[in-house]
Design a protein around this ligand. Sequence first.
Ligand code: COA
Ligand code: AMP
Length: 625
Amino acid sequence: MGAYADTYDRSITDPEGFWLAAARGVTWTKAPTKALDDSRAPLYRWFPDGELNTAYNALDRHVEAGRGQQPALIWDSPVTSTQRTYTYAELTDEVARFAGGLASLGVGKGDRVIIYMPMVPEAVVAMLACARIGAVHSVVFGGFAPKELAARIEDAEPVAIVAGSCGIEPTRLVEYKPIVEDALALTTHQPDHVVVLQRDAHRAELTDRDVDWADLMAGASPADPVPVAATDPLYVLYTSGTTGKPKGVVRDCGGHAVALSWSMGAVYDIHPGDVWWTASDVGWVVGHSYIVYAPLLIGATTVLYEGKPVGTPDAGAFWRVISEHGVKALFTAPTALRAVKRVDPDAAEPAKYDLSRFTTLFMAGELLDPETYHWAHDTLGVPVVDHWWQTETGWPIAANLRGIEPLPPKPGSSTVPVPGWNVQILDQAGDPLPAGQEGAIAIKLPLPPGALPTLWGDDARFIDSYLSRYDGYYLTGDSGYLDYDGYLFVQGRTDDVINVAGHRLSTGSMEAVLAAHPAVAECAVIGVADQLKGQLPRGLVVLKAGADIAEEQLRDELVEAVRRDIGPVAAFRDVSVVEALPKTRSGKILRKTMRGIADGKNEPVPSTIEDPTVLTALTPVLRPG
Ligand code: COA
Ligand code: AMP
């Protein structure tokens, strides 16, 4: 581990020098003279005296450098049978005009804009337009229900919402406008404007507050990039925590631009002009970082794909896109590959396409099971690189650094800590554990540039959620171990966050929905292993005494309630009525123990259990057959 070890050591022993050097990859309106500001530790800030504009870095500077005619974004949308390519010059123009349009609606520096859109180029345009005028975007994933959207509107207090008229799912058209209206009926905060992109598949009815995207663009004059402080927020992205209230992860401008630009070369070995495809959604962090910002910041070409990995129109959709657009590397979630494998187990499809320019498959978002790893590796004959990170961190914590020193992969491991991330495995008391022993994965502070500086408007919750468990460390919420070669093996979450089809969800918020049903006395939702989606939520409910409802009806009502309050993305379908839930003597429900039993593990029964017979009675329900 020569080059890797050297780079990693420098990043840890001299973060100031390391990140100031990396900062030279970004164009500043005022170059930073200092990297780390630790004056408010444990709240750290990066590049405190730097000024820049992220959209300028992602667009204009490439045009100025002569890349204006290079494709910046290729939109491939099998669900609408459309493909469209934007050069850097064209995308810069679109963004500048939409930024001017937003400004004409009164959106200015520091104002929030909620973006609720499907995978269309206008979603990217809206994000970059906000960045151009110093507004703070908050993208909400289309699969969330009005109540979830409302929670984000209430917290972010946007001046404007930008929405698509609809999203297109394989089995149905999802009308977005009624979802926005239903959300706004729940919030006290009201935006001044809702800008609606009217799609051909469905045109929404507009009200007085609404502005048609096309009209706004037609009358808009282009806006220039506004320099902002490196420490100003670029976006807020809400993610599931252990409670029902989502956490508003803040991303700053300077640290983000520096870290993401650096990661493209170092982690992914992607360079200006390369074609790069992240098959995710702009509503998730993976979409923010690696569909939109990182590839554009370095002047690569990014593919924006609207569709599912299979069935639109065929089982070879992934390989068609790679071959047609000359994709050098693909980043997706294991669940997407499992979906592909399910319809093409013998891998007949890849052979039908020219994949000669394809060099690497990157995977993240959930545990990469060895079967999927081997299938992908054997099928494609390219390195399959698992890497691990989170919404909070914004970019990889552990990876196989393809641009620094590719290391031999070990299935089940996301390889080694990425430079900048001081990864430690801690025991209950906060002491570092030796190699091979599993514990809490924590990151020694300060976190590198690009990681969250705080939660939106809530430093106290940031400290309480992440920094208070172990003094001087950020708690990732995952457990795992480092092996004797320094490889990291992530084992899964230690809290009530689950990962369903690569989507991060809170079992706590699902429990809140179940608990609101009049027949439910008590409930628990646990994540159980699923062959396709990695995990699926499973509800266990205890009925109120005298509740008179058939189990099937209750199940239908609870499934509908979760769909209505959280959204279809929760994929909640499994409910069992049980006599009692296992608890500790202090009344805490033993979710981890139940999860372990459901997953077929031989979990030891905690000594704190109140009544072991409850667990015995539950075992056949948790593990049928
Ligand atoms: N808008 C509206 N509804 C959406 C949606 C969106 N953007 N995305 C998903 N949904 C709906 C789906 O239509 C489905 O609804 P249904 O219950 O009525 O069928 C439900 O939410 C569950 O969706 P999902 O769990 O995604 O299942 P799926 O069968 O639609 O797709 C995969 C399965 C594996 C193909 C898909 O989940 C996937 O590509 N996952 C990768 C996720 C990812 O990229 N994560 C980021 C880390 S890299
Ligand atoms: P999200 O914030 O949606 O990106 O989800 C982050 C969580 O997904 C992490 O805390 C992990 O639990 C899980 N995760 C992400 N990538 C991986 C990976 N490569 N291996 C195992 N778990 C992962």
